[in-house]
Design a protein. Sequence first.
Length: 367
Amino acid sequence: MEHAKATSEALAHTIDQKTPNPHEYLSYIQEQKHRDRRMPGSSHGEFIFADEKMLRIRGIVEQIASANVPVLITGESGTGKEVIARMIHNASIRKGENFVGINCAALPSTLLESELFGFEKGAFTGATQRHMGKFEQANGGTLLLDEVTETDPSLQAKLLRALQEGEIERLGGSGPVKVDTRIIATTNRDIASCVKDGTFRQDLFYRLYVIHLEIPPLRQRPKDIEVLCRHFLKQFSLDHAGRNMVMSAEAMNKLVKYPWPGNVRELQNVIQRAVLMANHDVLTAEDFLLEQKAPKNDSDWVKHLPIGRKMREVETQFILQTLASHQGNRTHSAKTLGISLRTLRNKINEFVIEGHEVPQPTCGKAL
C-alpha cells in the first residue's frame, strides 16, 4: 500500500525538523481524508489464487487469524501483502473493528511519528485540535505497518514500546494512552539483512517475527498467473469496454512465461492497458506489451559506460532513466536500483533542487 507520493516528496525536507511543519502536515491530513473517500475498503482487492503455495498460505492465515499476535509479511513489491493482511483481519475476532494501514516509507520520520501516535491540541503551531493517530484509529482492530523497514531507528524504539506495553503517547501529550491494536507489518526488503547492517532494531524484529508469512513472487506461481489474467480481463473489459473480452491461447502462454518483476500489480496494469488499447474482442499476444528483457551477458552494459563523465553525472542519469523505465514508480525503481525507498526520495529531492526533470508516476495510484 503506497500512496500520497507527491505529497510525501514535497514534505521530505522536514525530516530533520523537531516537529512537523503545521501547514504541510495539515495538508497531508486533508489529502488522506480525500484519499479515503476515493478508495473505499472494497476496492483493495480479493485473494484470488490457484497455486498450491498460496493455498498453504491461506491455511496458515486461517490457523493464526484469531491469535492476538503480530504478523510479519515479506515478499517482493506487488505480490499481494496487503491483501493477505486484510484477509488475516477479516478472519479474526477483530473483523468488526477498523483495519488501518500506513505506508512507513511515504512520510519523513517527523510526520510518520505524528501520524502513528497522534498529537494534542497546541502540540505545534497550527495544531488547533487533537488528532488521533493510526494506533488509536485501529484500537480494537488491526494496524498495518507497510514497509516497516523504512522507519528510522528512533521511531522503531517507540514502535517497540507500543507493542510491548500496549500504550502510546501523543505528540504534546502528558501521559501514555492504552491501545489494543494488532500489528501486521510488511516489507519487500531482506529484513534479516536490515538487522545485520543496523538499520532495523533486532528487538523490534523479534517482536514482529512471531508469525512470518513469505509471499512467493508471481513467477513462481504459474497457476495464479492464469487465474489472475482471467479475473482482471473480465473486470477491465466490463469496466472499460462494456463487454466480455477473451484472450487467445498464444496470449495466455506469453503471459505465463513472462517473469513479472512487478508481480500482480504489473500483471494488472498490463491487462488493463491491453483492454484499453484493443478494438477487438479476442486479445492476441501482440496486444500485451511487456518489458524488454535485460541483456543475456551481464557485462554487456559496461561497453556503453560514458567514460570521461563524472560519477555524480552518471549516477543522476542512471537513476532518472530507471525512474523513466518504471513510469515514475518509486517503489519499483528503488527495488531495481537496490536502494531503499527513502534513499531514492532523497536523491530525487537533490535532482529537483539541481533543476533536473524527474519522471512522475503515470498511474492514479503510485505503487
